[in-house]
Design a protein around this ligand. Structure first.
Ligand code: SF4
Length: 164
């Protein structure tokens, strides 16, 4: 199915009725005593403290770009717009992305930069925005999505959550 035939992503209707902003603000409040995942560290991430995932107020982006190594339905012809996040709430002993998830790798980004990355991936023709290891940075993603959606993001989202 071509992108033009696909239904509009639901975050656009949430943007329109104000619910996306509401959810982004509400999610960010969880960072002040973080219980985003079952680790329940209660770290005050808004003031820079970190818990098991090792990430504070800002998400870390280790790398991003069109990913042609994903499964066919995700990569299509022009790639899946993959964003790899540094840090992880699982810390599996045999993680294949150890250098990203447990070092943790990447540069800290404000939501506006995250929005720019999403829009850049859309502009180069990616079929979707594919968040890898997003569980511990869902509030930051929502803030970025809010900005990107207002600026014209229209791609479907893929979340490759880790299972805790
Ligand atoms: S997201 Fe990070 S800081 Fe928050 S509860 Fe999970 S591991 Fe702890």
């Amino acid at each position: 199915m071509d992108e033009t035939e696909m239904p509009a992503p639901s975050y656009l209707s949430l943007l329109e009725n104000g619910e996306l902003q509401h959810r982004a603000v509400e999610a960010e409040e969880y960072l002040s005593s973080c219980v985003l995942c079952p680790r329940e560290c209660k770290a005050d991430r808004l003031s820079g403290k970190t818990g098991v995932c090792q990430i504070g107020a800002r998400a870390r982006v280790a790398s991003y770009g069109p990913h042609l190594g994903e499964e066919d339905p995700l990569r299509g012809r022009r790639g899946s717009g993959t964003i790899f996040f540094g840090g992880c709430n699982l810390r599996c002993q045999f993680c294949q992305n150890y250098d990203i998830s447990q070092v943790p790798a990447g540069v800290e980004v404000e939501p506006v930069r995250l929005a720019e990355i999403m829009l850049e991936l859309q502009s180069v023709g990616c079929h979707n925005i594919n968040f890898v290891s997003p569980t511990h940075v869902v509030p930051q993603i929502l803030m970025g999505l809010l900005i990107a959606a207002k600026a014209g993001l229209r791609l479907p989202l893929v979340l490759q959550h880790r299972g805790l």
